[in-house]
Design a protein around this ligand. Structure first.
Ligand code: FEO
Length: 166
């Protein structure tokens, strides 16, 4: 079944969101490195690469279905980092925006009886759930250890180690 123009355009718009997420995490990696949070810098670099994979997955799906995939326009995100907790809370919000877009896409696919695209998008449902849980978990951890002293140092190290082993 051919992909409807409405769905093609919504998927292309979603490519833009994934590209924004990739750029956002890249900028956060740089900002964390500047703060000497080297574990977080490594983690966000890996997250940025993951988001690019999410973008490419849709890109390939469109091309395989004979739809023109558009390369999104991008501007460099301006990021300033306050506390580590605020950082992860901002990431959770960003992921929730992406999840909301996935929901809209699925609603559209189902409304047009495009069950192949619905099936394709289920991967994103699971992935978004995983990412929201990841950032919620990091918020919980930073809340437990507090923002000062050795706790934050060890948390940063453990975040870096997790990024390296994933
Ligand atoms: Fe691919 Fe986490 O948005």
């Amino acid at each position: 079944m051919a992909i409807a123009a409405k769905i093609a355009s919504a998927l292309n718009a979603h490519i833009g969101l994934e590209a924004d997420a990739s750029n956002y995490y890249l900028a956060l990696s740089s900002a964390c490195a500047e703060k000497k949070w080297t574990g977080c810098a490594k983690f966000f670099l890996a997250q940025s690469a993951e988001e690019r994979e999410h973008l490419l997955k849709i890109f390939r799906y469109l091309v395989e279905n004979n739809v023109v995939a558009t390369v999104p326009e991008q501007k460099a995100p301006a990021v300033t980092i306050g506390s580590m907790r605020d950082l992860f809370a901002a990431c959770l919000k960003s992921e929730q925006r992406v999840s909301a877009s996935v929901t809209v896409l699925i609603d559209l696919a189902v409304s047009l009886k495009d069950y192949a695209t619905n099936h394709f998008l289920q991967w994103y449902v699971a992935e978004q759930q995983e990412e929201e849980q990841l950032f919620q978990g990091l918020i919980d951890e930073v809340t437990l250890v507090g923002e000062g002293g050795t706790g934050i140092y060890l948390l940063d190290k453990s975040i870096g180690a997790r990024a390296a082993s994933s």
